[in-house]
Design a protein around this ligand. Structure first.
Ligand SMILES: [Fe+2]
Length: 319
């Protein structure tokens, strides 16, 4: 019975993946740009992201380092010196200053608060942004008008952009509901332990996972395709960063995955082939996402997540 439920859901998702022309109505926000991290060893983390992960340094400001992927986003990761590994903010993009202002105005009505009022951004990439916190203290910055790169040629083994960020907390459904209500995302799926929401065609840009504390579960980088995930994973392995979980294909989002642990216990994922969905996507529930015995992904070729990954996925808190 469970097997049949999974098969039915997979067929529906295959259909969604193929129907890229599906109608997508306007969202308040339109994407995920970057994650700002506090790191204890900036040089080692920069080396990891440039030599192993495939990003490039695009700017420096004081001790901070800004790293870009091949896509248009000015940067996808910012590294700031810190006494302990920490998450500073997750930066989402808006199409207009009005949308940024709207977020700041409406946030208190949903139990959040404004950490930085809308205004010009002084760090590399510039733009106009506001920073808000959800009721449990997760910090999100919403930005518009930031610099975009014109040179965006893809490369076969390096990331194009961020795909999604997953954050932990005691009540993923409640946490994702704030993202939906306050930031205008749409729900995509609930599983037993995770809830997924989208703000464009991507099946999810933010997901909330079940955990003891409000921490970072992982940051996922979009690779051009499955071949790129495999090539990137090989390069990571060569450089002393083995695959901690994968290669596999997830249920919700149907994306291919390979997880790694970077310096300071940073949980990162290469992903590709994430479903693109439209307004007609039916929100899935835990009963839609059961696995046959022994399975936790569609392929079943990978060992379960390593203890090292599990540890990494529950220790980086917001500063
Ligand atoms: Fe992921």
């Amino acid at each position: 019975m469970k097997q049949r439920a999974q098969t039915a859901r997979l067929r529906a998702v295959d259909q969604a993946y193929l129907s890229r022309g599906a109608v997508v109505s306007n969202f308040l926000l339109n994407g995920l740009r970057s994650v700002e991290l506090g790191v204890t060893d900036i040089a080692a983390t920069e080396r990891f992201f440039t030599e192993a992960w495939g990003l490039r340094v695009v700017a420096r400001a004081g001790a901070a380092v800004y790293l870009r992927a091949t896509g248009a986003a000015h940067h996808v990761i910012a590294l700031h010196p810190a006494a302990r590994s920490s998450l500073l903010s997750v930066t989402l993009t808006a199409a207009s200053k009005a949308a940024v202002d709207a977020v700041a105005e409406r946030i208190a009505g949903f139990g959040g608060k404004v950490l930085a009022a809308p205004g010009a951004v002084s760090e590399p990439g510039g733009g106009y942004a506001t920073t808000i916190a959800d009721p449990e203290g997760r910090a999100f910055r919403v930005i518009t008008g930031d610099e975009q790169h014109a040179a965006t040629a893809a490369a076969s083994d390096v990331p194009e952009r961020l795909a999604h960020v997953v954050l932990n907390g005691k009540d993923p459904r409640k946490a994702i509901q704030f993202i939906v209500d306050a930031l205008g995302f749409k729900l995509s799926d609930h599983t037993r332990i995770m809830s997924f929401a989208r703000t464009n065609r991507d099946h999810h840009s933010i997901a909330m996972a079940n955990g003891d504390a409000v921490t970072l579960n992982h940051i996922a980088f979009l690779m051009p395709n499955l071949e790129s995930v495999m090539k990137g994973a090989g390069r990571l392995k060569d450089q002393g960063y083995p695959i901690e979980w994968g290669v596999g294909r997830h249920g919700p989002g149907h994306n291919v995955f390979a997880y790694f642990v970077g310096p300071g216990g940073l949980p990162v994922e290469y992903t590709s082939e994430v479903d693109e969905v439209g307004d007609d996507y039916k929100v899935g529930n835990p009963e839609d996402w059961t696995w046959p015995p022994g399975r936790i992904d569609h392929w079943g070729i990978s060992a379960p997540p390593s203890d090292r990954l599990k540890q990494a996925q529950n220790h980086i808190a917001f500063a």
